[in-house]
Design a protein around this ligand. Structure first.
Ligand SMILES: Nc1ncnc2c1ncn2[C@@H]1O[C@H](COP(=O)(O)OP(=O)(O)OP(=O)(O)O)[C@@H](O)[C@H]1O
Length: 338
């Protein structure tokens, strides 16, 4: 089956913000990322702040051009397309939902205008058909019709995020990327928005990439979970295996620290700070915080190894044994290994 989007060996390198105008320092925001998203699949992306989740999300929807590597839509290289074709391909093929709907929506445009805009820009249907589509989109995301002429400032946070979701769906995209779609919302409406996304994904057969700090939610929403560390994808795990059968020590540590998933255990300690993305450690970037690391980890970044389950792969010289539960790892005084 052709992937909706396929990223191959993508690197994103920025000039460091902190180093002043003439700095030679570089931030390695994304390093050698490979990811393919199949139609109808939900891929969750987890990792600590600054690990490159948003960068990957932006690369997937063509907002960020990789410094090197390729991004293909339905097998065609996005950045080799003429600009007008690229804009049309991305505009119609993808939708992006951002963290904060207050800043993502133009505060001067009514709900109707926000939703009609992409239809106008891409010349979809007659005027009457576009108005029908606006009504359809509002009903799809559970917005009452009476709100069509409201401005974003007159809506609640949850309603604003529903508008942003409807806008992302306006052109019937095959891929929606949601970057922390609930983190700016009140806890009381988060579950409603997540349920809406799950429902839409089922009904519309969308491929969804779901980026979040909230590991519990990622696990619940996703078919497959991508773990990122310091700009690199270090593991891809079927969602059902991620808590107890992940092989990468970092994935285990992240999930062990999630309240409610493995209670009552102490989390696997992540010692020390995340190294700077300007000077990532040689070899495996996680080695400076990993209880399993030895000298070999400083030499090379391991290639991906396949685990026994299809769709599960990891990059680690000393993976956690497949049959060791996370609870057992913690009980056996983990930091003293190897
Ligand atoms: N335009 C930019 N210029 C310089 N550095 C950048 C730029 N955009 C991102 N970065 C840096 O790239 C790295 C990855 O950033 P990114 O926003 O992708 O991480 P993230 O995992 O999404 O973080 P968070 O969870 O906090 O949103 C970080 O070190 C960040 O500071």
């Amino acid at each position: 089956m052709t992937a909706v989007v396929e990223v191959r060996d993508a690197h994103v390198v920025h000039k460091a913000r902190s180093g002043g105008l003439f700095t030679r320092d570089r931030v390695y925001a994304l390093t050698g990322a490979d990811l393919s998203v199949a139609p109808g699949e939900t891929v969750g992306v987890v990792g600590e702040s600054g690990c490159g989740k948003s960068t990957l999300a932006k690369v997937l929807v063509g907002i960020e051009r990789p410094t090197s590597g390729t991004v293909s839509y339905q097998g065609r290289d996005l950045w080799l397309m003429p600009p007008a074709e690229r804009r049309a391909t991305v505009g119609a093929g993808t939708g992006m939902i951002f963290q904060d709907p207050s800043t993502a929506l133009n505060r001067r445009l009514t709900v109707r205008r926000v939703l009609r805009d992409p239809l106008d820009v891409h010349g979809r249907g007659t005027r009457a058909e576009r108005e029908d589509r606006v009504r359809e989109l509002m009903s799809l995301v559970g917005l009452p019709r009476a709100l069509a002429d409201a401005l974003p400032g007159q809506l609640s946070g949850g309603q604003r995020q529903r508008v942003a979701i409807a806008r992302a769906l306006a052109l019937d995209p095959g891929l929606v990327v949601a970057d922390e779609p609930t983190s700016a919302l009140d806890v009381s409406v988060r579950a409603q928005i997540l349920n809406l996304l799950l429902d839409l994904k089922e009904r519309l057969g969308l491929a969804l990439v779901f980026v979040s700090h909230d590991i519990q939610t990622v696990r619940r929403m996703s078919d497959r979970v991508i773990t990122m560390y310091l700009g690199r994808i270090v593991e891809e795990t079927p969602a059902g295996r991620v808590t107890d059968q992940a092989r990468h020590p970092y994935t285990r540590a992240l999930f062990s620290a999630t309240p409610g998933l493995l209670d009552p255990i102490d989390p696997i300690p992540l010692t020390g700070p995340v190294p700077s993305a300007t000077r990532p450690p040689s070899g495996c970037p996680f080695r400076t915080r990993c209880w399993k690391a030895d000298e070999s980890c400083a030499d090379t970044m391991p290639a991906f190894s396949a685990a026994s389950q299809p769709g599960h792969r990891y990059r680690c010289h000393h993976p956690v044994e497949e049959d060791r539960s996370t609870r057992d790892l913690v009980r056996q005084n983990l930091p003293q290994e190897p």
